[in-house]
Design a binder for this molecule. Structure first.
Ligand code: NAD
Ligand code: IPM
Ligand code: MN
Length: 346
């Protein structure tokens, strides 16, 4: 019904560089034209105006069919940029306000991309990271700052409502995959309050899905398995912070952070979902056309799939796979050369 609309937030650092390539690929892959509106949010805007995400801009973004985001985060240790101001005020605010409770982070070791593991096997799993709760809610504070008696807290918020909805989504996803296997990752041996809530909800939803094989791992042991035998995972469901950390490891073992895509999904479609690479603004390589845009390009495949264009999503993935298989070891291409090469295969 009508031209789909896309809010584009290129953001900071390598964000604009990789987003340009993602849009290039989207343009040739999408079966329909997207009406894209660019929103200049991020460090530059904040430093110039003090604005992070004005309510009126959020209201406009909310009216789109989907959001494509590059990365946020300014130059490290900029005295004019308080830590977290963009991360919390822009990225997390979008995830919270738009109810992106499923942070979907697939990891596949594509043929041709290199794993630092000697024997990774076939790696193809997806992390369903809770996106709106946990230690990310900003429930905490600091007392007696700067004194020897300083106390700082970051309270992890876990609601039955929030845990149940993400666990249900993970079971539904596991059910649609051939192996139908779901692993809960938590730290129930220490975080006994949140852990008990996650465990009880996981077990009760499992009873409704007898066709899904389930298991449980503590977060620390899960990192051993992900390094030693990552092919054992199919779907992982976990809390916001554990999910953040393990998806950087997952990226590292499947060809690197430059390939890792993600979707911040609102499964109920009460607001637009947001698609972005797992990586950040990479200030160390920004502005040099050194960033790999593949993660941003694969994020548009997730976006297309979410909007019901599964065929186009598959074509983008195939083009990326072909490009990965053809990447000659030891050679480097610029960000736009990679984007051009993938677009040319479509
Ligand atoms: P980062 O992901 O930006 O960079 C980590 C390392 O990976 C760096 O060495 C970087 O050069 C490399 N890298 C990242 N993306 C790459 C790509 N596409 N191609 C090649 N190499 C790539 O993480 P960081 O350095 O911890 O964070 C930098 C800033 O980004 C911080 O301000 C952080 O808060 C922010 N951040 C934002 C997001 C996001 O917008 N979703 C995610 C992570 C970090
Ligand atoms: C990510 C990032 C964000 C997160 C930060 C920048 C808020 O690391 O998208 O993985 O922790 O979720
Ligand atoms: Mn992260």
């Amino acid at each position: 019904s009508g031209t789909p609309t896309l809010a584009v937030i290129p953001g900071d650092g390598i964000g604009p560089e990789v987003t340009a390539e993602a849009l290039k690929v989207l343009e040739v892959a999408a079966p329909t034209k997207f009406e894209a509106t660019r929103y200049d949010l991020g460090a530059e805007r904040y430093l110039a105006t003090g604005e992070v995400l004005p309510d009126s801009v959020l209201a406009e973004i909310r009216e789109h069919d989907a959001i494509l985001l590059g990365a946020v985060g300014g130059k490290p240790n900029d005295p004019n940029l308080p830590p977290g101001i963009l991360e919390r005020g822009l990225l997390l605010r979008l995830r919270f306000e738009l109810d992106h409770y499923v942070n979907l982070r697939p990891s596949r070791l594509f043929p041709g991309s290199e794993s630092p593991l000697a024997a990774p096997g076939e790696v193809d799993f997806v992390v369903v990271r809770e996106g709106t709760e946990g230690p990310y809610t900003g429930n905490g504070g600091a007392l007696r700052v700067g004194t020897p008696a300083e106390v700082a807290t970051e309270v992890s918020v876990n609601t039955a409502y929030g845990v149940e909805r993400v666990v249900r989504d993970a079971f539904a996803r596991a059910e649609r995959r051939p192996r139908k296997q779901l692993t809960l990752v938590h730290k129930t041996n220490v975080l006994v309050n949140a852990g008990s809530l996650w465990w009880r909800i996981f077990e009760s939803v499992a009873a409704e899905h007898p066709d899904v094989t389930t298991d449980y791992m503590h977060i620390d042991a899960a990192m051993i398995h992900m390094t030693v035998n990552p092919s054992r995972f199919d779907v992982i469901v976990t809390d916001n912070l554990f999910g953040d950390i393990i998806t950087d490891l997952a990226a590292a073992i499947t060809g690197g952070i430059g390939l890792a895509a993600s979707g911040n999904v609102n499964p109920d479609r009460t607001a637009p979902s947001m698609f972005e690479p797992v990586h950040g603004s990479a200030p160390d390589i920004a502005g040099q056309q050194k960033a790999d845009p593949t993660a941003a390009i694969l994020s548009t495949a997730l976006l297309l799939d979410h909007l019901g264009h599964g065929d186009a999503a598959a074509r983008v993935e195939e083009a990326v796979l072909a490009d990965l298989a053809a990447r000659a070891p030891g050679t480097t291409r610029s960000t736009s050369e990679v984007g051009d090469a993938i677009a040319a295969r479509l």
